[in-house]
Design a protein around this ligand. Structure first.
Ligand code: NDP
Length: 312
């Protein structure tokens, strides 16, 4: 914005102003600006965690003192304009969240092969050719699941709820890591079919099936599965669980990508059934640390602890 750049890691980082497209059109941004774009975006805790990591890095390396991470509310129909303007305004990197991850694939100059396979990007870095897109959600998921449950996705039967941007990255990660089988449940059949078709060439011998979320016909799902919620059902405090967990063959563990509220109806049900469970805070940290690695070259394992501490 016009005026001095806010200090990296200021105590007010969690109260970072929500910028609008009007700010992007008229403002100038000093130092090395970064931002997350979404709609809505006011709930995002990414500025708090990134600015804390940048402040810690600045203590050892003064170049990071001028880096600052903001949040910008960008409606989907203005994403193309926002990406053009932010490149011209000197932004070094961007994160994309709901609802931009799939649409942005068609708007970037280059795309990392793993993000192309997922058909979704959550991290952009400025290059001389324009924005280059990456996807760090899969990395964040694998790291968070390993941390929460003591072992990652390899060898597990997985039940994935959802077929949006986050589910795409999760599904590709499950296959890349060698999950035992993958069942995907989604409300809208067309989106489910599109994801299953995208995965077919990647699946090799791993069984992949798409199931209607509302069907209640889940006999093919084995007991001992890892259930991953990648739907946005649960973001509202009164939202029900996307599936009645008790109706599934008994899962081994439940991971909900949602972290706000910290306990969704799905996680409450998992706890009541005595299942191991975790919310999406760990994933937020690890995908964010990987994004910062892409922008700065600093290894994700170095910044992840500071980011986790900033989220409390
Ligand atoms: P998208 O908008 O791309 O996808 C939303 C998904 O939720 C779709 O599968 C959609 O189904 C489903 N859905 C939405 N409303 C309902 C409903 N009422 N009943 C059943 N299904 C529903 O969002 P993303 O994939 O980007 O994000 C999904 C979730 O993951 C969000 O809650 C997001 O906050 C979280 N997330 C967390 C991360 C972390 O770091 N912890 C990282 C990335 C995402 P349909 O196809 O039928 O519309």
């Amino acid at each position: 914005m016009n005026g001095p750049t806010a200090t990296a890691g200021s105590a007010a980082a969690d109260r970072e102003a929500v910028l609008s497209m009007a700010d992007v059109r008229t403002g100038s941004f000093g130092g090395t600006p970064l931002a997350v774009l979404g709609h809505p975006i006011a709930h995002s805790r990414s500025p708090a965690m990134h600015n804390a990591a940048l402040a810690a890095l600045a203590a050892d390396d003064p170049q990071f003192a001028s880096w600052h991470y903001r949040r910008i509310d960008v409606p989907p129909e203005l994403l193309g304009e926002a990406l053009d303007l932010l490149a011209r305004r000197g932004f070094r990197g961007l994160n994309l969240t709901v609802p931009h991850k799939v649409m942005a694939v068609g708007l970037v100059a280059e795309i990392d092969p793993a993000a192309r396979r997922a058909g979704a990007v959550n991290t952009l870095v400025a290059t001389v050719k324009g924005w280059r897109g990456f996807n760090t959600d899969g990395y964040g998921l694998e790291a968070a699941i390993g941390q929460a449950f003591g072992a990652g996705l390899a060898g597990r039967p997985v039940v994935l709820l959802g077929a949006g941007g986050a589910a795409r990255a999760a599904a590709v990660e499950c296959l890349d890591r060698g999950c035992a089988r993958l069942a995907i449940l989604n409300r809208t059949p067309e989106r489910l079919e599109a994801l299953v078709n995208l995965l077919r060439p990647l699946a090799g011998a791993t069984p992949v099936e798409g199931l209607d979320l509302a069907s209640g016909s889940w006999r093919s799902i084995p007991a001992g599965s890892l259930v991953i919620n990648a739907t946005s059902l649960g973001l509202g405090p009164a939202d029900p669980a996307p599936v009645p967990l008790a109706a599934l063959p008994r899962p081994a563990a439940v991971f909900d990508m949602i972290y706000q509220p910290p306990q969704t109806a799905l996680l409450r049900e998992a706890e009541a059934l005595g299942l191991r469970c975790a919310n999406g805070l760990g994933m937020l940290v690890h995908q964010g640390a990987k994004s910062l690695e892409i922008w700065s070259g600093v290894a994700a394992r170095r910044t992840a602890p500071t980011m986790a501490a900033a989220l409390g």
